[in-house]
Write a protein that binds this ligand. Sequence first.
Ligand code: ADP
Ligand code: MG
Length: 666
Amino acid sequence: MLPGTARPERLQLSIDVLPGVGPTVKKRLRKLGLETVGDALEYRPHRYEPAAPERRIVELFGEDEAVIAGEVLSTRLQRARRLKLVKARVADETGEITAIWFNQAWLAERLQPGMRVRLRGNLRGRDFAVKSYDLNGVSSTADFAPVYPATEEVTVKKLREVTGGALEYARDVVDPLPAELKASAGLPGRGDALVALHRPREEADGERGRRRLAFDELLTLQVGLARRRQGREEERATALGEPGELAARYRAALPFELTPDQERAIAEIDADLAGERPMERLLQGDVGSGKTVVALYALLRAVEADRQGALMAPTETLAEQHFLTIEPICLQLGVPCALLTRSVKHDVAQARIVVGTHALIQEGVDLGDLGVAVVDEQHRFGVEQRAAIRAGRRPHVLHMTATPIPRTLALTVYGDLSVTEIAKPPANRKPIVTRWITEDRASDAYRRLTRLLKEGRQAYVVCPLIEESETSRARAAESEAERLRANELRGFRVGCLHGRLRTDERRDLMARFKARELDVLVATTVIEVGVDVPNSTVMIVQEADRFGLAQLHQLRGRVGRGAEQSYCLLVSRRREELTESAVARLEALVATTDGFELAEVDLELRGEGQLLGTRQSGLTDFRFAKLRADRDLLEQARGIAEQLVDYDGPLNDEVERLFAEHDLAA
Ligand code: ADP
Ligand code: MG
């Protein structure tokens, strides 16, 4: 146990009370979500680096990691296209070698002749590629050490310093677990677990620490879910009876047969809707697996029972995309539907199906006879928004998600939802062929793209992810489209899709693309969801290394929607410029199109700081738990949670905080 009295308020101190954190570093840490001392304490290393052997320069051999120590003889800065290389001649008593740093130009000034350095890296040709280093006698590079998710701006080394400083405050951590429970489950204290996590004597130590912290997370979640299960027992919705004429006409109007998985989903939904117990069903299936078709069915079931249906999306763009998908078929069926977002307000009074963002459920909108609500990507909604949809009414709710979670885990994690999975996509699909190409060879990607265009296919080009406003993204996309029209895509008809287009402009653009009046859409990530043109079989993603795994998977889902072979070409920056996990993400995407597998990889890599603010899912918000590896912990937590439904103590605050922050499945 850690000595002294806990003063938990100290965990709220700004992170710049820690040594080595000034204003600049503070700003950079904030981008990693680290603002307080407590945040630093809870920043999980994603792995531990084994100690590397020390080698003399003459002994360097092969590509294994090693550490060399020596003196700097000379330094120079070299530019190779966008890449900046710092090269230093380094000598020890046995020989000399050129050490190379990528993109750390500022080092050129610091590496003065005569300086002692210790470098960890490996041979690359005749040079030594440096992965980490110590200057002037400090020596930590060779040791067993935690590796934190870093960015180009904040190095692993800095993060070691910051978390190391935060350990002072581990004694201020309050242990949320009841003492008896801790004793009976044989768990270490939370503060000790944090110390072990950051400064384990050996790997197993760190893992024990991590598991204790994971247990807290899982238990918190399970207690919250158990409480909600309890709270729902008495709720009632209107029973919608058996499917009727409209449902039959819908089926007949679809240009395809439903897959067995879709049929099963529909049967389960019908069974739910027949009763008074409000449906709370999670419909999960990979992008393009055919969820929207099922969701519309559920909405139409409300309509034929003289109720309204609402489809809610987390963003305006997504709402618009959904609207564009379902409007034509609603028109065909004679069902009035309306779009309702902050910027577009159709007349909802007449509408039987309303598609929109949460603006839809805010004051002034009368959805008094809401029968079925479909909530897309439900984990992206806030808790108030979800409460609002049920205020004064109790519709049947279908939650949709394209974030694949293995079914058994979903049952445990979503606790009180019934789960339907669309596991198999429509049978006519061929797996998408994915290639990863570095930007120096980007012209190959465009050659392949233009070849397919000449064969009559269509394509998407996704612009680099920039972290600025929708407006500057739109501008960047426009100028990229212009550039491509003049160069790689000369002679082809190129449109540009971005979030600053008005709905009618966007609809017009999509209609032209669908009608093959355009060959290529240059787009921002607004095409991530909902865009559906089966003849479009090629996608180039520029600077793909900047995107998150889940997002790339979503983007890729825009192709592979028809019977033709589809391709996804991921163009990244040069390999030397990429972080470890960017490489892992790209490799994973090439290796598989299976969303479940990718979800697992994503869980492993999660925490990566380069994702530029893409919150991927409530699930991957776990900081310590690894859903696959910690299956046993999850079961244990689920068991214990039942006994803690009425427990009042520090754990309670955690439960409330978790469920307020990202209510996983309201
Ligand atoms: P999701 O919402 O899961 O991403 P969608 O419902 O948008 O998937 O369907 C993706 C594409 O597959 C759409 O073009 C849709 O028309 C088509 N589709 C859906 N179900 C089937 C089916 N049973 N057979 C053939 N195509 C289908
Ligand atoms: Mg869809």
